[in-house]
Design a protein around this ligand. Sequence first.
Ligand SMILES: [Zn+2]
Length: 90
Amino acid sequence: MAEPLTPDGEPGILSRQPAQCVLWEKPELLIEGNCLDSVEALIDQSHLGRSILKCRECGQPYFFEFHETVDWAKGDDHIYWTFIPNASRS
Ligand SMILES: [Zn+2]
């Protein structure tokens, strides 16, 4: 399984290989941006975000979660991205 990286170098999770989606083979495109369109924002908070995204190239929908842990003592915050393909709200 390929492990995409968040902008600060943390590993991310991309589960269940979606057929034909370029993001599975080239997760670095996630960092470069401009490969996913936002379909719907579900949660939009400073340290937690969840939304439905769609691949611009093939239309594959993804459930996306952004989670930032907060280290109040050392400021060593970590950012995690999770992409789950074939998501729906049903
Ligand atoms: Zn795709």
